[in-house]
Each structure stands twice: as structure tokens, then as C-alpha cells.
Design a binder for this molecule. Structure first.
Ligand code: HPA
Length: 248
């Protein structure tokens, strides 16, 4: 089984259980990745970790160099990537603290470098993106969620917004009408670029808050952080099980 890479989002800028062997700085044709790649192991299973927002969480979602991050991981031989991301919950099942393994995406982002097929093309390439996430990794994540007792929601449509501001209540109502169950700012173009790079990519979304207008009052950063701490504990349990499944 090939090594898993984990791209960590808000609340997962580092993995405490990761035994680090070394860090590797990569320069890519697309510029600099968010941070050096951290090589190490979790419960004896080798992984590579990359914090999406940088080692000290300084890069906002719209400025993440998604192309460089994926290029760097591919360059060190990674074929499978788990993207962990904080999200707001839209659907009634999507309560703060829960984990979701989404199966669909609607992209509302704009102005991001969203493709590697825009320069020096020998031919025009249109990836198939009907099912945006890697089927096998999603299945393993759902099984790992069951075995670890985390019981993630096994599907849902991720609406990717531009950020860095949160949405208005009307925007969330529109997204709900569109069929979105979750809202986050980093799911795209990460998933599409992974497909362009021919990588197996799936997302593990951690619900940090009810999306705008889905609860009383405004969204507080304090509540987001509190829910993320709980959610990330679930992610870590799920991760250990996932690595065990993949090693079989
Ligand atoms: N909206 C967009 N992105 C998010 C949210 C949200 O409510 N919560 C965490 N990431």
C-alpha cells in the first residue's frame, strides 16, 4: 500500500501523534507549497503531512497555492491524499462536531489558479469529474469511521466558497436550494487539481459551526474553535483506523 498524505486544514496545522522523521522543502513549477513536507509515521504507518494554511496558519483559503501543494506531494511519490477541512453545516444532520465524508462538490470559488492545464499544452485536457472524490479512499474512510466509533456522515455535497469572509444567510439559503449540505473555503480547487494530477483524493470534513442563518445570532470564532477541538479528536481516531485498514 502506498504512503498516505494528509493535507491539514484549520485546527489541524500539526498532528500531535505524528512521529516526525524529517522535513522536506520543495520548490515547484507553480511556486512554493504552503510549508515544507513533514515525513513521519502515525502508529507505525508512514505518512506525509502538509498544513494547507502554512506552518503557523498564515495563508488564507483564497491564497493557498493548491497547485504547488499537490505538485510537491506527487513529486515525493504520493498517490493518495486525504484533505481534512473545517466546514459549516447546512443540512439538518450536519451538526457542529460531526465528521462528514462528502461525495459531491459545487464550486462557488473564483479567481483561483484552478488547473494545471493552462500553459504549454500539447492537447486540451478535460478531466472527468462526475464523481469528484476517490471512491476507494472514501470507502476506507467510511469503514474507518465505523470501526473507530466516529460514525461520520457518509456523504454530502460540499459547497466551496471563496472566503475569507463567512457567508450571508441568503447565500446559505441559495446554497441549500442548490443542494449543498456543507460549506467550506478550501475544497476547491484542491479536489479538481488532485484529479488533474491523477491522484486519489478524498475529503474528511469537520463541522465547526452551523452555517450562516442556521442558528440564532452570529457565528463566533470561539465556538468554531471549541467544536474543532472536539472534531479533530474524531479525525485523529479515524486516521489511526484508516492507516490500519490501508496497511492490510
Ligand atoms: N463557511 C465557510 N467555511 C467555513 C465555515 C463556514 O461557515 N466554517 C468553517 N469553514
Amino acid at each position: 500500500m502506498t504512503k498516505l498524505a494528509i493535507i491539514g486544514g484549520t485546527g489541524l496545522d500539526e498532528i500531535p501523534d505524528l512521529e516526525i522523521t524529517h522535513r522536506e522543502v520543495c520548490h515547484t513549477p507553480f511556486g512554493e507549497p504552503s510549508a515544507a513536507l513533514t515525513h513521519g509515521s502515525i502508529s507505525g504507518h508512514e505518512v506525509v503531512f502538509l498544513p494547507r494554511h502554512g506552518a503557523s496558519h498564515m495563508i488564507p483559503p483564497h491564497l493557498v497555492n493548491y497547485r504547488a501543494n499537490l505538485w510537491a506531494l506527487r513529486h515525493v511519490g504520493i498517490q493518495t491524499i486525504l484533505g481534512v477541512a473545517a466546514v459549516g453545516g447546512i443540512g439538518s444532520e450536519m451538526a457542529p462536531g460531526r465528521i462528514v465524508i462528502p461525495d459531491q462538490i459545487i464550486d462557488y470559488t473564483f479567481g483561483r489558479e484552478h488547473t494545471i492545464f493552462d500553459n504549454d499544452l500539447s492537447h486540451v485536457t478535460h478531466i472527468d469529474f462526475t464523481m469528484p472524490y476517490c471512491k476507494k479512499l472514501r470507502q476506507d474512510l467510511i469503514e474507518a469511521g465505523r470501526l473507530s466509533g466516529v460514525n461520520p456522515v457518509a456523504g454530502g455535497t460540499y459547497g466551496a466558497t471563496q472566503g475569507p469572509r463567512l457567508e450571508t444567510a441568503a447565500e446559505i439559503t441559495r446554497m441549500e436550494r442548490d443542494g449543498c449540505d456543507l460549506v467550506g473555503m478550501t475544497g476547491m480547487p484542491e479536489a479538481a487539481l488532485a484529479r488533474e494530477f491523477n491522484l486519489c483524493y478524498a475529503s474528511c470534513a469537520v463541522i465547526s459551526n452551523w452555517a450562516a442563518g442556521k442558528s440564532e445570532g452570529s457565528i463566533s470564532m470561539g465556538d468554531i474553535e471549541k467544536n474543532l477541538i472536539k472534531g479533530m479528536d474524531h479525525v485523529k481516531s479515524l486516521l489511526v483506523e484508516l492507516l490500519r485498514i490501508r496497511a492490510k
